[in-house]
Design a protein around this ligand. Structure first.
Ligand code: NOJ
Length: 565
């Protein structure tokens, strides 16, 4: 990709805000838009270019706003459209663009479209996916569901509707019915809504589970894995035959490419080949996608709560495959964290007092030196750790509770499940943003407990520390802004099978960078003979100023060199 042809986001870093947990200005224990307005300087100060806002629309909050009942209004929990306009203007004044979360695989069951659709005679019946009971079964009785599919949050993916005697599909909670994208009226309504936000001034969209909008018809039973109550063959609902057509139709109806709007599509079951097609520069589809491949490498066969040790080479090689696969063709997103993932310092780093800061910086170094658009999730920039919950009562997330219940019903050991939740649950990332040693998130009791580490791990303490994590993020973001080789250089993974070191080069014309990181909590020796010569290299950035040569790296030491060519 030539520099001229590169889109603006090839230089950009995105900061994700989960509004409910960011800052509470009105004292109800839940974050809100005014809280965001009050902290825009924090985001701008990091050097980020774009804010991605998790949903703030009107919602019954069954899935913390990913269940929307009015796409064109703000939930009173978060504020008003006037607050929104003020927040957007405040972001723009600071040079920050703002992208909205677009949740259009499903709505809330309280959305007027669905309320109307419940009536079989209504013109909106076909806006959702309604099916009669399985042939030969009494509607509403066990086994009568139209297919044997499970939902992502546990239980069947079908909900029986007494009044009409039919079932509707919900791949997530029963309060999140799936829209029927085969119906052109649905698509037109979604595109009109997107245009309304674009006209209001937003700069793009993060598209929730967007590769589920085209399903493979006819909907049919899948294989049920041993010991599981339901079938979970994701490819029956993901990457369906009309996905590319729907994405292009959306792109043209909203002018996504023409207006250079930022788009990132969250995609389950998305491999490099899919991503090449969806993000190809030769088509008007998406700017980039979020894959789940690299955040599934520490899962055993039992799924998300079956935590397996990460084998570092798997993670390095996975990212490298995406780097190679999309280079010059599509575009990568780069992320370790978001509101659905545990904290990366607890997951891939070392969250002990001794190694937390260095490992947070080492992880940031390797991620931000890859090619693509990096995403920083609120709190990641100060090295926040997992929540440390020990009992089920501490969890609020519908996914955690649903998956726990389903697994216990299927005979799983509750203690093992709790251990899995402590490592992997989404609530790990959702504890309120700790602004000060006292919390500083809210005057009231927060909706989810503060992380017990708040007295030591908080924004103010980190900012005051010359060796803090956020200052290091600022340096990484500056490097990306300043160096074309970081934005556009090709990627080569070195020492792919090394289980301790993460080493790679980036090359653009005459410019070459070497990144070397020790991804362990002990000393690591570097096989210098296998690396490019660094004799005349310039050290651009390091997370530990040990002043020693490269031969032996301290625990979690990371270095970025500019090689002379
Ligand atoms: C993905 C979102 O990131 C997650 O938080 C949500 O629960 C599901 N999609 C359903 O919308």
């Amino acid at each position: 990709m030539s520099e001229l042809a590169a889109p603006w986001w090839s230089k950009a870093v995105v900061y994700q805000i989960y509004p409910r947990s960011f800052a509470d200005a009105d004292g109800d224990g839940i974050g809100d838009l005014r809280g965001i307005i009050n902290h825009l300087d924090h985001v701008a100060g990091l050097g980020a270019d774009v804010i991605w806002l998790s949903p703030i629309y009107r919602s019954p909050q069954d899935d913390n706003g990913y269940d929307i009942s009015d796409y064109q209004d703000i939930d009173p929990l978060f504020g008003t459209l006037t607050d929104f306009d003020e927040m957007l203007a405040g972001a723009h004044e600071r040079g920050l663009r703002l992208i909205m979360d677009l949740v259009v695989n499903h709505t809330s069951d309280e959305h007027p479209w669905f309320v109307e659709s419940r009536d079989p005679a209504s013109a909106k019946r076909d806006w959702y996916i309604w099916r009669p009971a399985r042939a030969g079964f009494q509607p509403g009785t066990p086994g009568a569901e139209p297919t044997n599919w499970g939902s992502f949050f546990g239980g069947s993916a079908w909900q029986f509707d007494e009044a009409s005697g039919e079932y509707y599909l919900h791949l997530f909670s029963r309060k999140q019915p799936d829209l029927n994208w085969e119906n052109p009226e649905v698509r037109a309504a979604v595109f009109a809504m997107m245009n309304w936000w674009v006209d209001r001034g937003v700069d793009g969209f993060r598209m929730d589970v967007i590769n589920l909008i085209s399903k493979t018809y006819p909907l049919a039973d899948g294989v049920v894995a041993p010991g599981q109550p339901f079938s979970f063959e994701i490819d029956r609902v993901a990457n369906g035959p009309r996905l590319v057509e729907f994405l292009e139709e959306m792109n043209h109806a909203v002018g996504l490419t023409d207006k250079q709007l930022f788009t990132v599509g969250e995609m389950v079951s998305c491999d490099v080949e899919h991503a090449r097609a969806y993000t190809s520069q030769h088509h008007d589809r998406l700017g980039m996608v979020f894959t789940f491949e690299h955040v599934s490498l520490d899962q055993g066969p039992g799924g998300k709560l079956d935590v397996a040790p990460l084998h570092l080479p798997d993670l390095k090689k996975n990212l490298a495959r995406w780097q190679k696969g999309l280079y010059g063709e599509g575009w990568n997103s780069l992320y370790f964290e978001n509101h659905d993932q545990p904290r990366s310092v607890s997951r891939f780093g070392d969250d002990s007092v001794t190694h937390r800061v260095a490992s947070a910086k080492a992880l940031a170094t390797v991620l931000h030196l890859h090619q693509g658009t990096p995403f920083v999730y609120q709190g990641q920039e100060i090295g926040m750790t997992n929540a440390g919950f020990t009992s089920l009562e501490q969890y609020a997330d519908i996914e955690a509770l649903g998956q726990f219940r389903q697994a216990v019903a299927a005979g799983a050991d509750p203690d093992a499940l709790l251990a899995g939740l402590a490592k992997m649950s989404r609530d790990n990332a959702r504890t309120p943003m700790p602004w000060t040693p006292e919390g500083g998130f809210s005057e009231a009791t927060p909706w989810l407990p503060l992380n017990p580490t708040t007295p030591t791990i908080n924004v103010a303490t980190d900012a005051a520390d010359p060796h803090g994590v956020s200052g290091y993020y600022r340096s990484l973001i500056r490097l990306r802004h300043e160096l074309p080789v970081v934005q556009l250089g090709s990627f080569d993974l070195l020492l792919p099978d090394d289980e301790r070191l993460w080493v790679f080069t980036r090359t653009l014309g005459e410019e070459k960078l070497l990144v070397v990181a020790n991804m362990t909590s002990s000393l690591a020796s570097v096989p210098m003979a296998e690396l490019p010569d660094i004799e005349d290299a310039r050290l651009l950035l390091t997370n530990l100023s040990t002043g020693q040569d490269l031969q032996t790296l301290q625990p979690w030491e990371a270095r970025v060199y500019a090689l002379s060519s």
